[in-house]
Design a protein. Structure first.
Length: 255
């Protein structure tokens, strides 16, 4: 075989690292995932609304559960202008905005979120002002806050919030992604910087596991989970139309 047919040793190492992390969060976060699912199901049963927030690459896992085939129709993205992704120019502005005091409070005050709702806040480091302030303000408003973060950052980095606290300190439930500080699983001779981040894989898996736990708990409560179907299968659009009509007062990603 030629060189083009060789398997990559480093690619295999990344898969091994990701699989190891997934097994770890499956086993070690099981109780917290179940608790988060229960909180979501109970909010749905009580007429509450669901929101997810993440900044930068943490927003990818939040977006992954919004308007998603196989996902809960009630999950809404709580978007902060300029920090959702790398579409903002310059990209470094998004990182800078995460450190701005007062931004989260302004966003929450102008959002439809209210007491009894659930807000999932995703922040790998949990150290920036934006996620910390978001959690503090959300709880003050009476929301249930679920944090998805790497708790390791709280012992190995300094908080950038004026309080000196981290996202994990202001959540009702914390899902620990177990990602090492720096978010790079691999090193290799001849490569100066560590590389191959796994936070998106693990955090998205935590989010989808939580949605599955929520659906399971809704069934136990006697509620049909308001799930969306793929628009690329026969009958999908009709199904989604019915779900969105039934829950239109709790869905904010449509007019």
């Amino acid at each position: 075989m030629g060189d083009s047919a060789r398997e990559s040793k480093l690619a295999g190492q990344f898969f091994d690292a990701a699989i190891g992390l997934l097994q770890q969060v499956r086993d070690e976060d099981a109780e917290e995932i179940a608790a988060a699912g229960t909180a979501i199901a109970e909010a749905v049963a009580a007429g509450g609304r669901l929101f997810a927030f993440g900044a930068g690459h943490s927003s990818l896992a939040a977006q992954d559960v919004v308007y998603r085939a196989g996902g809960l129709a009630l999950m809404n993205l709580l978007a902060v202008p300029g920090v959702v992704g790398v579409d903002v120019m310059p990209a470094t502005l998004g990182s800078a905005l995460e450190r701005v005091d007062g931004l989260a409070g302004a966003v929450l005050d102008s959002s439809p979120a209210k007491a009894g709702d659930v807000l999932i806040i995703i922040s790998l480091s949990g150290r920036n002002a934006l996620p910390v302030e978001m959690a503090m303000n959300a709880r003050a408003l009476g929301l249930t806050v679920i944090g998805v973060t790497s708790v390791a950052y709280a012992t190995e980095t300094k908080s950038r919030h004026v309080s000196g606290t981290y996202l994990k300190d202001h959540c009702d439930i914390v899902l620990d992604s177990r990602i090492a500080v720096g978010d790079a699983e691999l090193t290799h001779e001849g490569i100066e910087a560590p590389f191959a981040p796994a936070s998106t894989v693990v955090t998205s898996a935590l989010m989808q596991a939580t949605m599955a736990a929520a659906a399971e708990e809704m069934v136990r409560l006697g509620i049909e989970p308001p799930l969306l179907r793929s628009g690329n299968v026969d009958g999908g659009h009709e199904w989604n139309g019915r779900v969105m009509e039934e829950y239109k007062d709790r869905i904010f990603f449509r007019h």
